[in-house]
Design a binder for this molecule. Structure first.
Ligand SMILES: NC(=O)c1ccc[n+]([C@@H]2O[C@H](COP(=O)([O-])OP(=O)(O)OC[C@H]3O[C@@H](n4cnc5c(N)ncnc54)[C@H](OP(=O)(O)O)[C@@H]3O)[C@@H](O)[C@H]2O)c1
Length: 298
């Protein structure tokens, strides 16, 4: 499996396994250990989590897995995120909101490490664009987390180019990624300039919901149906599964995307991995780009 160097201390696998839905899968610890071992055997060593996943219980689950199988820790990279205070029976917030102040970010980082029983975070991200963000304070806080050894690298998620640029301008360390949504039915980051800006900054984005959370294959709304029809047609042309074509489409782009597969099924993760060996034509890339009807060529 191809590796991507985020900085001199961290590299990640080109395909990442997402753990957003881990707690919904209702696996035993043994089953989860086996799943992670199977990912590693396929070269997928990077796992994506967040403080709020599984109603604040997802990281706890990862911690239980690493306690049961400590040998896994030095074979994997852990990505996690902070900055959302989600309304939940697990927390006393009166509403969901963002918090990227120093106390929240530092406390959250230390608690994530403790919950996951992992000593250090490989990649620590600010989860969403906070309208109350104090770029100067947050930049200093993230630098301090790297310098004091709590995290090996820092980045953001769902940031537009303006917010990324503002935060980076107050930092010594590089923001190593921007984790963004992109699929054949989601083009926000083409339209806000991120696909260009990230190349300019030499930052490789991680891509969430590459299959639109499964809706690409299950939804009856028009944009999904149109995109699916085209993807199925191209898949038949190449003699592979449709999921593989979607991942090949993401990988084709010069931004150097690092897709996060969110499936619980190893056979679907394998479809994503197969994409590393599929060469779409330039025309096929545009066929998918325009298929849902949302993007037009001018
Ligand atoms: N930074 C952020 O704001 C943010 C937001 C959302 C997610 N994420 C991260 O990104 C990861 C990936 O996102 P995602 O989970 O939405 O990714 P995804 O790969 O687009 O969707 C995965 C879901 O689609 C289903 N699926 C896949 N192929 C299918 C098919 N052919 N037919 C029917 N269902 C199918 C899977 O079900 P099966 O399990 O049955 O295969 C699973 O429930 C998450 O796990 C999380 O780590 C980050």
């Amino acid at each position: 499996m191809e590796r991507v160097n985020l900085n001199k201390n961290v590299s990640v696998s080109r395909i990442v396994q997402g753990l957003w839905r881990l707690n919904d899968w209702n696996w035993t610890i043994d089953e989860t250990v086996k799943f992670i071992e199977s990912c590693i055997a396929r070269g997928v060593t990077t796992f994506d989590a967040a403080e709020i996943y599984g109603n604040y219980m997802g990281e706890q689950r990862i911690g239980e897995v690493l306690r049961a199988a400590p040998h896994l820790r030095n074979q994997i990279e852990i990505v996690t995120k902070t900055g959302i205070n989600m309304f939940s029976d697990k927390r006393a917030y009166t509403m969901s909101h963002y918090d990227t102040r120093k106390l929240k970010v530092v406390t959250s980082c230390q608690e994530s490490i403790k919950r996951m029983n992992c000593d250090v975070l490989d990649v620590f991200l600010i989860h969403r664009e906070d309208p109350l963000i104090d770029h100067r304070e947050l930049g200093k806080t993230l630098d301090e987390l790297v310098d004091s050894g709590w995290v090996k690298s820092v980045g953001v998620s769902n940031f537009d180019p303006m917010k990324f640029d503002a935060l980076q301008s107050f930092m010594k360390h590089k923001l190593v990624t921007n984790q963004i949504e992109w699929s054949p039915v989601c083009f926000e980051h083409f339209n806000n300039g991120n696909m260009d800006y990230l190349q300019k900054m030499n930052v490789r984005p991680m891509i969430w919901s590459p299959l639109a959370g499964g809706r690409l294959f299950t939804s009856s709304d028009e944009k999904n149906v149109r995109a699916r029809k085209k993807i199925d047609e191209i898949a038949r042309r190449h003699g592979v599964e449709s999921e593989t074509i979607v991942f090949a489409w993401l990988l084709y782009h010069p931004v150097g995307a690092i897709p996060i597969s969110g499936s619980s099924q190893l056979k679907r993760l394998q479809q994503a991995i197969f994409a590393l060996n599929i060469a779409l034509t330039h025309e096929e890339w545009f066929e998918i780009y325009t298929a849902s009807g949302q993007q037009r060529l001018r």
